[in-house]
Write a protein that binds this ligand. Structure first.
Ligand code: FES
Length: 111
């Protein structure tokens, strides 16, 4: 199994988009680095099912530190992936379990 991404390609506080096979399906994932930790979610907005990036791997982060969906502006906090403002408020991104080891991000399975 190969890593999703070398950690050096994910500076602290930034996002990356990677492809992974989850439950037999190829999925786009959002990775977000917070210090030594990396969180991951499916790159599917709970509002209308669009990708959240405006171009591959280009995600919007508000000055409040929220991930903002490029389609209609739903805003997600970056711990649980909960939508805190916008059209799908109260819903959440689907988290994917990843871990950091050997200087890289690895998929651990889907939640
Ligand atoms: S699809 Fe994300 S806000 Fe509408």
């Amino acid at each position: 199994m190969s890593p999703l991404l070398p950690l050096e390609r994910l500076p602290d506080g930034t996002f990356a988009e990677v492809e992974a096979v989850i439950d037999g399906d190829a999925e786009s994932l959002i990775l977000y680095r917070d210090g030594d930790h990396v969180r991951a979610w499916l790159n599917i907005c709970p509002h209308a099912g669009r990708r959240l990036d405006w171009a591959p791997g280009q995600f919007l982060k508000s000055k409040e530190g929220l991930l903002v969906c490029a389609a209609h502006g739903a805003s997600f906090e970056l711990r649980g992936g909960e939508c805190v403002a916008g059209p799908c408020r109260g819903e959440a991104l689907r988290s994917v379990t990843v871990s950091v080891r050997d200087g890289a991000v690895w998929l651990e399975g889907s939640a």
